[in-house]
Design a protein around this ligand. Sequence first.
Ligand code: NDP
Length: 435
Amino acid sequence: AKNNPNEPEFMQAVHEVAETVIPFIEQNKKYQGKMLLERMVEAERIITFRVVWTDDAGNTQVNRGYRIQMNSAIGPYKGGIRFHPSVNLSILKFLAFEQTFKNSLTTLPMGGGKGGANFDPKGKSDNEIMRFCQAFMTELSKHIGADTDVPAGDIGVGGREVGYMFGQYKRLRNEFTGVLTGKGITFGGSLIRPEATGYGDVYFAQAMLETKGDSFKGKTVVVSGSGNVAQYAAEKATQLGGKVVTLSDSAGYIYDAEGIDAEKLAHVMQIKNVDYARISEYVKKYPNATYVAGKRPWEVKCDVALPCATQNELNEDEAKMLVANGCICVAEGANMPSTPEAVAVFQNAKILFAPGKASNAGGVATSGLEMSQNSLRLSWTAQEVDERLHNIMLNIHSACVKYGADGNGYVDYVKGANIAGFVKVADAMLAQGVV
Ligand code: NDP
């Protein structure tokens, strides 16, 4: 903590990993005395930079951009870019640290990174978004590359923003390479990449439910968020027979007791991805649903909960409410949405709980598949990518069970994910020596 003052989110993420990995190191001589965890918490490189751009009124605007190059032991740095006013060093370091373990779990050759800016895309025109992305990439382009560091999307960065950033990189470098993932299909993107994080989260939850001989069929599902991850988590949960009854944004949540089916979800996608509007719009078209302002959806009774919005969006009291209401499975689609106290509630109640670094790894895994397709200069079918994604999620589930099963039928997926993620990175770091 003294090396990283005022970085509570980073401390939280490191603490959660240390709690499970330190006892593992103590039991395994190979990993002792090498300062492995101490090295992993220190980013290989952190770049912060000024982003200056002009708004539609002609005013000059200044933001701060970042790229955290956390760990390159097992592959080029890889991790998303976040545009949100809350972005700071602590949040990006927590995300880059988690990303290192997550990428290791995918079994693909990707190191850990994360970046972003304290830019607020809300209320900005399309031209302002474009100019900001171009200004951001003008500096970032000096630090990334298809074999060095390959950014992707995250909160506030979707296909539109990736497209603008890719265009600027190409313009500046005069090269067409797979330097970003999440690209449009016409210029090197992968089918199923937009769906991958949400689908992967549900595949993971399905694998957890199967360990209990159960499935999504007939389950009531509460989803938070209404962005990229939430939309496709809702779609896949519905396809597997679940009934999704909520979605949310930072202003409140909608509750639709009849279920948010495919047609209603298409309307949500129009609201969020085309109109860039608020989830409250939903009830205008579907008046049987209700909008609850200023609250999060965890008070709604459910069997399965999928937190897909942001970090620390589910606290101890809300976790208690979920358990009391009969929730049997929580699979994080967002990064670190549950507070440590909430995780403890789920684990003490012995319900199925998957941490984001395991259950939301499908997004970056499919980004890894996009990188492979770019290198091969070909594109796989949607079915082929989806099958690979599904298999990767099942493999991550097995890795968590391998290191997290307590022998009495309970699986600590937090412990399993942390240790499985650690082992591969640690082995690579040991093999590559100390410079
Ligand atoms: P989007 O920007 O598409 O959606 C974010 C959603 O979360 C919106 O509904 C947004 O509401 C809500 N949200 C954002 N910030 C807050 C906040 N401070 N409080 C409450 N709600 C908030 O992002 P994604 O769907 O891509 O990302 C969601 C989560 O999933 C993040 O934790 C991200 O790191 C994680 N993730 C994403 C991956 C991906 O492939 N996209 C991969 C792995 C993890 P509002 O519009 O009001 O801001």
